[in-house]
Every structure is written in C-alpha cells, then in structure tokens.
Design a protein around this ligand. Structure first.
Ligand SMILES: Cc1cc2nc3c(=O)[nH]c(=O)nc-3n(C[C@H](O)[C@H](O)[C@H](O)COP(=O)(O)OP(=O)(O)OC[C@H]3O[C@@H](n4cnc5c(N)ncnc54)[C@H](O)[C@@H]3O)c2cc1C
Length: 372
C-alpha cells in the first residue's frame, strides 16, 4: 500500500528529503508543504540586498520545477501554512488560501526552519510568509540601503557579520556602517570572532560591543531610534536586525519542544515522545548541534534513509553528521574568517570556499535533485 510522507517546509531540509525519497522505487507518495512556492538560497540574501549584485532570479527557483521530474502521482505540493499536527490521528492541518485542509500522513518530516524575529522590520535573511513577500523585502531593503547614509546591523552572529561585511565592501567609504554586538566578542566567543572583527574593521565597519538592542522606534523623519539595554540610544537611517531567530515549531505541542521552542529529537532525528508515531524533524527547527545547511544536508539524508528503513519494518539508525565542525563567515567580496574544526582558515581560503559566490552555484543541485 502507498505510504504518504508529508514534509513540512520546502527549503534546504525539506526539499532534500523530498528528492531523496522520490528517487527511490518504493511505494511512497510525498506531500511537500511550504508557505513559500520557491526554494530560496537564503545564504546569499546578505549580498543580494546590495544593489546590483545578485538578480532575484538567481536566488530562488519554484518548488514545482524541482519536483516536475518525478511522476505526477508520486507527489503533491501544497503552498500553505502549517497549523497543528495531531499525532493521534496522524494528520496535519494546513491553511491554504480560502480554506483549511487536513492532510493524513504515515510519516511526517518537520523541516520548517526558523524565522527572523517578527518584532523588527521585515528582513529577507530567511523566507518570509510567501515568495512574493521575500522578493519584495529584498527590493525594499535594497532601496533603503541605497538611500541611507548610516546603517546599523544588530547581531554579531554569522548573518550579522556577513551582512555588515557586504555593506561595508560596497559602501565602507561612503556610508557609516555599524555592527552592534550584544556580548563582548563576535560569534558568541567562537575562536573565529577575532579574525572576523579585524576583517570587518579593515572595511571601516564600526563595531560596538556590549550593545544589545532593547527596542527600535521609527521616527517621523523615517530614521530609526534604537534603545540599548545599557541605556544608550542611537539614531540611524537604516536599522537591519539579524537578532532573535525563532524556530517555526508552533505546529507541535510544547511537550515536544525545548525551552527555546526547538523540536527535541533523538539520535535518529525522531521527535522525542513521538518515536513510534513516524514524526521526524531536521534543520534549523531542531538546530542540533547548531543551525547550518551542511548539517541540515546530513540530517535530511539520514532521515530519508531512516524513513525507508522504518517503512521496511526495520529500526532507524543514528544520523551521522559531519566529522568536523566547519564555520565560515564571508566578510565582503574579498575576505572572510573561518575554521575547520579547530584549525583557522586564512581569509583568502574563506573567500574561495564561500565568499566568492556564497554557495549560490549549489542551488541547481537542490532543484535537479543531485544534492540528494
Ligand atoms: C545569511 C546566511 C548565511 C548562512 N551561511 C551558512 C553557512 O555558511 N553554512 C551553513 O551551514 N549554514 C549557513 N546558513 C544557515 C542555513 O541557511 C540554514 O541552516 C538553512 O536555511 C536551514 O534550512 P531549513 O530547511 O532547516 O529551514 P529554512 O531555510 O528556515 O526554511 C524553512 C522552510 O519552511 C517553510 N515554513 C516555515 N514555517 C512554515 C509554516 N508554518 N507552514 C508552511 N511552511 C513553513 C518556509 O517557507 C521554508 O520553506 C546561513 C543562513 C543565512 C541566513
């Protein structure tokens, strides 16, 4: 009998699992559910907001194009927002324009990732609620960047560092670019932090440590006033937050989530508490051991394999992640900072491995399925 695998999320994790399952000859139907109709190379968003760098068409491709290579009866794409998962009835509620749909599953993969904190202005580092909103946000931010004389980037994690670097590479001599870091070191104290800091300073980025944003108010003249937790206030033409990512995990009851709202999984990436119910989770919604697309790739491959094992009545195996942790931050279009395990990568190596293209040449592999 045909087994239905419902995959929530059409990004690095979800689309990878869809390809991996559809390539098999087994009797599986894949239902891919996503708010956005497109796969989006979010890693290049920080460069794409600099006018004249990356055309929107290179950043995303329709999910329908990705799956059209498989027999039509083997898959369905639903563009809609996931509501609640009901493990007892093995159904998931999905809001599609004008109605709600209850979709039954035999196996469920949660790959809904994480979103930017909704209290700030809409920013396109991750998918917004639809493809159209993401594209329009990219365009808005591009226009705002062009017009601004001063730009404050909040958050000195990888996204904040890369964003400040891209802005300063293009505008470091003509606009004031400031990076606010909530703690006393970039990248939360990772050993890559000091090299990232000096690469940014070479591009004229002003770095303010111990500067955690408490609130942002838009002023009548269009500028933004930021109040910091240390009592300071700052005014800027453009405020670009990269802080406060939130997991898209509201479809599950809190019992299956960590304190911060991430889905808790076992070593085979089954949701803890739902091990016998065919519910799996991967990617940024899990963030185990941390968020990252390379980690998500391994999880997607492992979970696809485990679903096939489960459907054959076999035990799932532990998902194997990368042997060494790799952290690479591009800093503009000529340098970067990174490490492979504990070994520091020279700036030129980070540029070659990441900064040159921000990985966008890998997007076709997610569309034609060669990634899986
Ligand atoms: C600027 C930047 C640079 C990065 N650089 C690196 C790097 O160098 N190396 C690295 O390993 N990682 C990097 N990452 C992280 C990497 O992009 C993420 O790990 C990756 O996006 C995780 O993919 P995902 O599939 O888990 O979820 P996401 O990409 O967050 O996608 C979630 C999907 O779920 C859908 N969705 C969400 N909620 C719902 C809902 N309620 N209903 C229906 N659909 C929903 C969304 O539309 C989307 O399709 C970077 C990220 C950014 C932003």
């Amino acid at each position: 009998m045909t087994q239905t695998v419902v995959i929530l999320g059409g990004s690095y994790g979800g689309l990878h699992v869809a390809h991996a399952l559809l390539k098999q000859k087994s009797d599986i139907k894949v239902v891919l559910v996503s708010k956005s109709s497109h796969f989006y190379w979010n890693m290049a968003s920080v460069r794409a907001i600099v006018p004249g760098t990356i055309p929107d068409e290179q950043l995303s491709q329709p999910l329908s194009v990705a799956l059209e290579r498989y027999p039509k009866e083997k898959y369905e794409i639903i563009i809609g927002a996931v509501g609640k998962v009901d493990p007892a009835s093995k159904t998931v509620l999905i809001s599609v324009p004008g109605s709600d749909r209850s979709v039954a599953y035999d196996q469920l993969v949660i790959a809904t990732g994480a979103r930017s904190n909704p209290t700030g202005p809409p920013v396109p580092w991750k998918h917004l609620d639809s493809h159209e909103e993401t594209v329009s946000s990219l365009e808005n931010v591009r226009k705002q960047v062009q017009a601004a004389q001063s730009i404050i980037v909040a958050g000195a994690g990888a996204t904040g560092i890369e964003l400040a670097g891209e802005l300063a590479y293009e505008f470091g001599k003509t606009k004031e670019i400031t990076l606010l870091c909530g703690g006393q070191s970039l990248l939360s104290g990772d050993s890559v932090g000091p090299s990232a800091k000096s690469a940014l300073q070479k591009l004229n980025v002003k770095i303010q440590l111990g500067a955690r944003v408490a609130g942002a108010t838009e002023l009548p003249d269009g500028k933004t006033e930021l109040s910091l937790e240390n009592g300071e206030t700052m005014t800027t033409d453009l405020y670009l937050p990269t802080i406060g990512m939130l997991p898209n995990s509201e479809m599950l009851d809190a019992t299956y989530l960590s304190e911060k709202g991430y889905v808790v999984v076992d070593a085979s990436y089954r949701v803890k508490g739902l091990e016998k119910d065919g519910v799996w989770a991967i990617g940024d919604v899990v963030s185990k051991p941390r968020a990252g697309y390379l980690i998500t790739q391994k999880q997607a491959a492992g979970v696809a394999k485990n679903i096939l094992l489960t459907l054959q009545g076999k035990q799932p195996t532990n998902v194997k992640l990368m042997l060494v942790d790799i952290l690479a931050c591009a800093v503009g279009r000529s340098s970067g900072a990174g490490r492979i395990g504990f070994v520091k990568m020279p700036g030129t190596m980070v540029w070659l491995a990441k900064g040159r293209t921000l990985g966008i040449q890998q997007l076709p592999g997610y569309i034609d399925g060669s990634v899986a």
